[in-house]
Ligand binder design. Sequence first.
Ligand SMILES: C[S@@+](CC[C@H](N)C(=O)[O-])C[C@H]1O[C@@H](n2cnc3c(N)ncnc32)[C@H](O)[C@@H]1O
Length: 252
Amino acid sequence: MTGPTATFGFRDVDAREKAGLVRGVFDRVAGRYDLMNDLMSAGVHRLWKDAVAARLNPRPGETIIDCAGGTGDMAMRFAKLAQRARARNGGAPARILVVDYNAEMIAAGRARGLAPEIAWAVGDAQRLPLPDASAEAYVISFGIRNVTDVPAALVEARRVLKPGGRFLCLEFSRPISEALRAAYDAYSFKVIPEVGARVTGDREAYQYLVESIRRFPDQAAFAAMMREAGFSQVEWTNYSGGVAALHTGRAI
Ligand SMILES: C[S@@+](CC[C@H](N)C(=O)[O-])C[C@H]1O[C@@H](n2cnc3c(N)ncnc32)[C@H](O)[C@@H]1O
């Protein structure tokens, strides 16, 4: 390989190939994606996502981007909270835009019959189909790890946010205790690819998932990348002992 490389699980691949490889993974698992999340995490991913939605606190009239939004699992939560806030306080409906570069994931999301506030667009986190300073909030949940050029996606997130706009990133991260790390490693490398193989028929997709988690920067390193991209008030909250972490910041 001569040009720039990107990680694809434990492999380093030509950066130009990564997007196609990741798209292939999600094309293949789209139909069973939501079920697999429940099986792999024993439903705990729902609690993490609920906590992120509560932290976002969607308000009436806001434009919220659910980047790499997949089947709309986060968008659905935002819509419910925005509807409740509107019932209490009035105001215009929120606009929630799911952007994902995988049409299969979006199709699986649309089939769930989601709320009228939600719109869908096929697009890349590195080149969002949105004008500058057009959103109050940007959320990316279990998506950033899959992006080829993470710093470019962070700069793009900042571009589309209004000054002061909220950035929230939920991602698998690094368990803080050694004991938890060892148990989690054993579980993820032995159990997850096996369950993935049985449920989706695609062991490789779930092998990619666990490898990509290991290669993603830890909490402090990702916070540094956010600051580098121009976010302020950067902080993180660990979930389940750091198995996942929510990073938050504000567009300057
Ligand atoms: C693990 S799923 C997460 C879906 C959803 N956010 C959730 O929390 O359930 C990752 C999603 O990221 C999307 N994705 C990966 N790279 C992307 C990119 N560069 N731009 C937009 N979406 C991307 C994939 O198509 C997939 O739907």
